[in-house]
Design a protein around this ligand. Structure first.
Ligand code: ATP
Length: 201
């Protein structure tokens, strides 16, 4: 039986960097964000239902979801957000499940990179263990600002809407504190891969 390891963490914590470290070690990573983007790209499986619920105005001339417009709509209206999530979340869960099953047929360890793993009901049950990437808020703000050009206030606001750090840690089986260098993060990932391999023997 393969181990399905859920990978999560707040904005800018280092999930993507950690996922890349797993890939570099030959561990397959199923990426919930990439699946979500594919569902709303031109021809994506979520688009017919999005058009039915929100209208054609949400679709760009190229036939993809107009992300800026949708972001604006859900930012102002929690009901609209709930309706969008009711369309996307079951599709993301189903496609993730399929990808995880395919990867698990060939690998002892599969990582499920899912930012909302501990927030969306029912997702935690789909993985065997949870790895959270944790980072101090000051570093989180600095790293996201450097990457995205968001203001410190905007980053803090996004972080405040996510699960509090202490709660995320309490609900995790493994935690990597990403306060060191990129090399430290890669080494911590390699350590977990080694431990899981030993535990599976
Ligand atoms: P998001 O939730 O916004 O997608 P994330 O959790 O996937 O973010 P990353 O994209 O991996 O986080 O990291 C955020 C930024 O911080 C990136 O620019 C990354 O290169 C940088 N970073 C991550 N870990 C470290 C580290 N240990 N030292 C220096 N920079 C780091």
């Amino acid at each position: 039986m393969s181990c399905i390891l859920g990978l999560t963490g707040g904005i800018g914590s280092g999930k993507t960097t950690a996922a890349d470290a797993f890939r570099a070690l030959g561990v397959p990573v199923v990426d919930a964000d990439a699946i979500s983007r594919s569902l709303t790209a031109a021809g994506g499986a979520a688009l017919p239902e999005i058009v039915r619920v929100f209208g054609r105005a949400m679709i760009t001339p190229e036939g993809a979801l107009d992300r800026a417009r949708m972001r604006e709509a859900v930012f102002r209206d929690p009901d609209a957000r709930a309706r969008l999530e009711a369309i996307l979340h079951p599709l993301i869960a189903r496609m993730s499940e399929e990808e995880i099953r395919r990867a698990a047929a060939e690998h002892d360890l599969v990582v499920y990179d899912c930012p909302l793993l501990l927030e969306v009901p029912g997702l935690r049950e789909r993985v065997d263990a949870v790895l959270s990437i944790d980072v101090a808020e000051s570093l989180q703000v600095a790293r996201v600002m450097a990457r995205s050009g968001l203001t410190a206030e905007a980053v803090s606001r996004i972080a405040a809407a996510q699960l509090p750090r202490a709660e995320r840690i309490a609900r995790s089986d493994w935690v990597i504190f990403n306060g060191g260098t990129l090399e430290d993060l890669r080494e911590a990932v390699a350590d977990i891969v080694r431990r899981l391999a030993n535990a599976g023997r």
